[in-house]
Unconditional design. Structure first.
Lengths: 342, 544
């Protein structure tokens, strides 16, 4: 293959000067930062307002132990939501995460119960998650089926598989070494929180610095143009759903270790919390937009809200109503703000 | 709604619709600029014109889909406003669209009466009455169709008949048909024409938009030629020759605004042999040399863009071979085409060329991102540097490389698309409508780049509906008609008439319609040596 000839800038006479008609911004540096991170700042403001309100309403909220508890409670949802962020940036959706948590959990639990090492069992759980996600991806990317339908189907399939695998019974009683993954502390930080931070660090790096991340945004922004730019769209879509499945497997590991039990009915409605965290965090369901940090804040908002409602003795029935409403309000605000901006 | 009374019939031939100096502008473009037109009862009046001559806009105004800016519409001699599609129906104007506007999941009868269902009590539909009436209308058209059949199970031709029946059920006196035969087979076209003759006898006037000149002779009574938004001439079909119509369609003054600097033709870069896609592209063979701009002309739907996409691996090929620098190669995906050094500037920048919400930098590097990556991690400094370089070279006016391309002007967006392929080190560029919708300054810059690229040994395949652009920029011109190459013209031979003749699939110099025939695939059509000079002034003639 010959290298393309060196090209020089054309200099036709009479062309208007590029600089003279350049559009000026006149907003300066702060404006630029606001325009790029504005959506994330909004989410953070929301979180701070929520925390402020809860601090005023109950003395139990702003304590070290409660805050640590909130973050720890948030970790599982935040990890699943990290994968969901990848999927939603491609303009897809993954409804099967909760069922994958259950299926990966029971495979992991039965491996432990069968006497396998903790390392092997954890790997088994992660691989099951990855394979389930990749299966979603293959059906969506190569089968050209709509993500909503595919993951709705695997949501039922994985749940059924978990029930069949355990005959509907939970598996309990694991070694302390395994349970360390959920109950242990390193430098006084709970293990789930550390794992969550690691996931977000890697996730942020993947999205912002790698080819995979770039293609994820490009596919969500304009799949057709991305394909016509020579990107193997099918491969990257499969990878993205694989990541979502893998992180669901990781969530299953922490959940199983925390409960000291693998349950085939675990993870019901987890997809709701993960989608909510992602969307509240500023990721557009239309695809092409979203940031890891936003999703983390979104997951924290969900966690703080649940914690606060518990502290305020709001019944769990009413909690569901509140949380559902918050999701709708967040999306409504996001869409209205976007409309007024353009 | 006016109820038609079959007993009172105005004599055939009296004018039913008149347009006087009709004008219509869209932001930045004057689409219609003084159109005079007269439609008589019981006639088929053909509208002829190049892409963008204003035929579809005229049809849209008459069917109420958009509003005129200036001029007058007279219906039965009375000034009329056509406010919206519903109002057009009420005035007796029916439109049969190119792509059918019917519900495939409903039955024939349900489609005919969609929105006007007969009800026994409000909300409860009387199926039987509807079916009986639908049957009557279809019988009147002599179309044997089961009114209970689901529309989706019928062929395109039959669906069209349902559209016509629907128009008649609304008492349409004027029917507008936009390229109704483009998807039909020979037999279906004959049936459609038989139906149209029946309609004529009932006094229905038909405005018929088509590119197919041979149909003009078969079904048309009169023909009006539109060019650049003007009505150029109206002729009786029996008294006009093909060559005159073609001249009327394309004759315009050419300005030398094309800075093409021809370079010596280099070695062969691309050779296409017998490329065929079932029913869509037929036995296409041509050669493209380094340093050459090869123009590809044809009307909408002639397969130009399809050919471009096939060469870029975005459309499947059934048979045929593609050679790059003499070596045969398989191109199954855009990724392979890019690796072989092909760049594709798609017709629609916004849907096929750019990811609008991403930045200049991210768009520029998209096809060649792997080059900037190590272990899948993007080397940001190198990427930024390359993107800056192309922004400077192409004089892209933006707030830097981090601005999203969404808000750039059309010309700057097109330059971003070009920067993608420069960055991917393409040497064969496919430009599909490279200057559509961009301002004059940016146009000249794009042409200047085409000069630069060919001077540096690249080759360009340029598709364009803009005839002056084809003539001004191409070193050679291929014309495409219904998926086959109909003519190959070098720069000296290429004239507006010769290109239009090729694009219409008309033979070299047919004296009249009887000799006009769709040309055979692969046949080389040489231009008429007696064809008038292409710098002839436009003649604005009007025949009363």
């Amino acid at each position: 293959m010959n290298k393309s000839p060196e090209l020089t800038a054309p200099s036709p006479e009479g062309l208007r000067s590029a600089e003279s008609s350049a559009v000026s911004v006149g907003r300066g540096r702060i404006g630029r930062i606001l325009s790029r991170y504005g959506r994330q700042l909004g989410t953070v403001t929301g979180l701070l307002l929520l925390c402020g309100a809860l601090t005023a309403l109950t003395p139990y909220f702003l304590t070290i132990s409660n805050l640590l508890n909130v973050v720890q409670q948030t970790a599982i949802n935040a990890i699943i939501a990290a994968g969901m962020t990848f999927v939603i940036i491609t303009a897809g959706i993954d409804l099967s995460v909760g069922s994958i948590v259950a299926f990966a959990g029971v495979v992991l639990g039965s491996a432990l119960a069968g006497g396998h090492s903790a390392f092997f069992s954890v790997m088994a759980g992660l691989v099951v998650g990855l394979l389930c996600g990749a299966a979603n991806g293959v059906l969506i990317a190569f089968g050209e089926l709509p993500p909503f339908i595919v993951t709705l189907g695997t949501m039922s399939v994985a749940r059924g598989a978990a029930l069949v695998y355990t005959h509907g019974r939970p598996i309990s009683g694991f070694s302390a070494g395994f349970r360390f993954l959920a109950t242990g502390h390193v430098w006084r930080i709970p293990m789930p929180v550390l794992i969550m931070l690691a996931v977000y660090g890697v996730g942020h790096f993947l999205l912002s610095r790698t080819k995979l991340g770039r293609y994820t945004y490009a596919i969500g922004g304009n799949e057709q143009a991305t394909r016509l730019s020579g990107v193997n769209v099918r491969l990257y879509k499969t990878l993205v759903y694989g990541i979502s499945g893998l992180l669901s497997g990781l969530a299953a590991v922490i959940l199983t270790a925390r409960l000291d039990s693998a349950q085939p009915i675990a993870g019901i409605m987890y997809e709701l919390d993960a989608i909510a965290a992602t969307v509240i965090g500023g990721t557009s369901l239309m695809g092409g937009e979203g940031k890891m940090f936003g999703t983390l804040v979104g997951a924290l908002i969900m966690g703080v809200l649940r914690d606060g409602l518990n502290l305020l003795n709001v019944s769990s029935y009413i909690q569901q109503i509140v949380i559902g409403s918050v999701i709708i309000i967040a999306v409504f605000l996001d869409i209205t703000l976007k409309k007024t901006k353009t | 709604m006016r109820a038609p009374n079959p007993k009172i019939r105005l004599p055939l031939g009296s004018p039913i619709l008149e347009l006087r100096q009709l004008g219509k502008s869209f932001p930045g473009v004057k689409v219609l600029d003084g159109v005079d037109f007269e439609l008589r009862r019981g006639e088929v009046h053909v509208l002829l014109g190049e892409n963008g001559a204003g035929k579809s806009t005229l049809a849209k105004i008459l069917s109420g889909a958009c509003q005129k800016d200036s001029g007058e519409i007279l219906l039965d001699g009375q000034p009329a406003e056509i406010r919206n599609p519903r109002h057009a129906w009420a005035l007796g104007i029916g439109m049969i669209y190119q792509e059918l506007n019917l519900a495939p999941n409903l039955t024939v009868a349900e489609n005919i009466f969609l929105g006007r269902e007969h009800t026994l009590v409000p909300g409860v539909i009387s199926d039987r009455q509807m079916r009986t009436q639908a049957r009557e209308i279809l019988d009147g058209l002599r179309v044997p169709l089961d009114v209970r059949a689901r529309l989706g199970t019928l062929g395109i031709a039959q669906q069209q008949m349902v559209e016509i029946a629907k128009a008649l059920s609304l008492h349409a006196r004027i029917l507008i048909m936009d390229e109704p035969t483009s998807a039909l087979t020979g037999q279906e076209i004959r049936e459609l024409f038989a139906t149209m003759r029946g309609l004529k006898e009932r006094g229905v006037a038909i405005i018929y938009i088509s590119h197919r000149l041979e149909e003009l002779a078969e079904i048309g009574d009169r023909v009006t030629v539109l060019r650049d938004g003007h009505s150029v001439a109206t002729r009786a079909v029996g008294e006009v020759e093909v060559s005159e119509l073609i001249r009327l369609m394309v004759n315009r003054e050419l300005q030398e605004q094309y800075p093409r600097r021809r370079t010596a033709r280099g070695a062969e870069l691309l050779r296409v042999e017998h490329l065929t896609q079932n029913g869509r592209l037929r036995d296409i063979s041509f050669v493209l040399h380094r340093g050459e701009v090869l123009g590809l002309a044809g009307l909408l739907g002639s397969g130009r863009s399809r050919l471009a996409r096939a060469l870029f691996g975005a459309e499947p090929i059934d048979s045929g071979a593609i050679f790059l620098e003499g070596r045969p190669c398989r191109i199954d995906s855009p990724g392979q085409a890019i690796k072989l050094g092909i760049g594709f500037l798609a017709e629609d920048r916004r849907t096929d060329g750019l990811v609008l919400m991403l930045s200049l930098r991210e768009n520029t590097s998209l096809p060649s991102l792997a080059r900037f990556c190590r272990w899948g991690v993007v080397g940001r400094a190198r990427e930024r540097c390359a993107s800056e370089q192309y922004r400077r070279q192409l004089r892209i006016r933006s707030q830097g490389i981090e601005q999203s391309v969404n808000l750039l002007s059309g010309g700057n967006q097109q330059k971003v698309v070009l920067s993608k392929w420069l960055c991917a080190q393409a040497r064969l560029f496919i430009f599909d409508e490279p200057t559509r919708g961009i301002d004059v300054g940016a146009k000249v810059e794009i042409y200047e780049w085409m000069n630069q690229l060919t001077a540096a040994g690249s080759a360009i395949l340029m598709i364009s509906s803009d005839m002056p652009e084809i003539l001004g920029m191409s070193d050679r011109v291929l014309t495409l008609c219904r998926g086959a190459i109909t003519a190959e013209l070098d720069a000296e031979e290429a004239s507006q008439e010769a290109i239009m003749r090729g694009a219409l699939g008309v033979g070299a110099s047919p004296a009249s319609f009887s000799a006009a025939s769709p040309s055979v695939a692969g046949e080389k059509v040489r231009p008429d040596p007696d064809a008038p000079d292409r710098f002839n002034r436009a003649q604005h003639e009007q025949v009363p």
